[in-house]
Design a protein around this ligand. Structure first.
Ligand SMILES: [Ca+2]
Ligand SMILES: [Ca+2]
Length: 303
């Protein structure tokens, strides 16, 4: 049960820091289109900063040349790749040499691949995956979880059925926490706020904390409607690359990767969630895994 408290904290943290977590894992999917630097037309930020010191002007010109002549500055590569220019000064993304990754500062930076190998950091992992691009092995290799590889107990059937009970409650609590902290209105959209407000104001709401499975099951039955939105919301958070109503292994990573070392049923849960075994979790499959009735699955709830 203690694990779930940590889990809750992490989760609140995760949701708050969603962009950062997603950056780490989702960059794998970022397309290689050049990203324009935000420089105002006619403005030269370097000159403005240096001002009128004569000595500095030469430096300014040098920096300006680097800025205009290095096309890599405006060329974004997905994780595992770095930008290089060819003979005609055209930028291109090439696989990063794992030895050029910053050394890991501790175990917490290690990641475990689906090949059951520990990589020093996600940088090392993605660089290795890049080198295997186009091979069957590379296609199958994913980041499995955060932290060094370790023995993960088999998930028993009885334990598997407990998983959605806690997960649903947790999703609901994350949303309520976001609602409470959202002073600047940038964690949730207005429509989301309205939905969560209803949950927040429901006096019969089970407060965040340690609850027995019986109580969680009872609450789900009693306050079923309260759980519909959080389940849809989490799906929408993950379905981003692309937004298509299906979750790939990589899209699921921001949720799975921190969870697996703490919750040994995570892998099995998401595997079984893909009921038709096509390697994608559709919204209907997702909702069903969390006990949401078919008639309540509504893609318009993903707002
Ligand atoms: Ca998707
Ligand atoms: Ca499926």
């Amino acid at each position: 049960m203690r694990v779930w408290i940590i889990f809750l904290l992490c989760l609140a943290g995760h949701a708050m820091a969603a962009p950062a977590v997603e950056d780490a894992i989702m960059e794998e999917l970022v397309t290689e289109e050049p990203v324009a630097e935000e420089v105002e037309v006619g403005a030269n930020p370097v000159q403005i900063e240096i001002g009128e010191f004569d000595e500095a002007i030469e430096v300014v010109e040098e920096e300006e040349e680097v800025f205009t002549e290095n096309p890599c500055l405006e060329h974004h590569c997905k994780k595992g790749k770095v930008c290089e220019v060819d003979e005609s000064n055209t930028p291109m993304c090439v696989c990063q040499d794992p030895s050029s990754c910053a050394p890991a500062e501790g175990d917490f930076e290690h990641v475990c691949g689906t090949d059951n190998k520990t990589y020093d950091s996600s940088c090392h992992f993605f660089a290795t995956k890049c080198a295997l691009e186009g091979t069957k092995k590379g296609h199958k290799l994913h980041l499995d979880y955060i932290g060094p590889c370790k023995y993960i107990e088999t998930c028993l059937d009885s334990e598997l059925s407990e998983f959605p009970l806690r997960m649903r409650d947790w999703l609901k609590n994350v949303l309520v926490t976001l609602f409470e902290r959202d002073e600047d209105n940038n964690l949730l959209t207005e429509k989301q706020m309205l939905r969560v407000k209803k949950i927040f104001e429901n006096e019969k709401r089970l407060q965040a904390g340690e609850h027995s499975l019986d109580l969680l099951a009872h609450d789900f039955e009693k306050n079923y409607n309260m759980y519909i939105f959080p389940v849809h919301w989490q799906f929408g958070q993950l379905d981003q690359h692309p937004v298509d109503g299906y979750l790939t292994h990589t899209e699921l990573s921001p949720l799975r990767a921190p969870l697996i070392p703490m919750e040994h049923c995570t892998t099995r849960f998401f595997e079984e969630c893909d009921a038709d075994k096509d390697k994608y979790i559709a919204l209907e499959e997702w909702a069903n895994c969390f006990g949401i009735k078919e008639q309540d699955v509504d893609k318009d709830l993903i707002i």
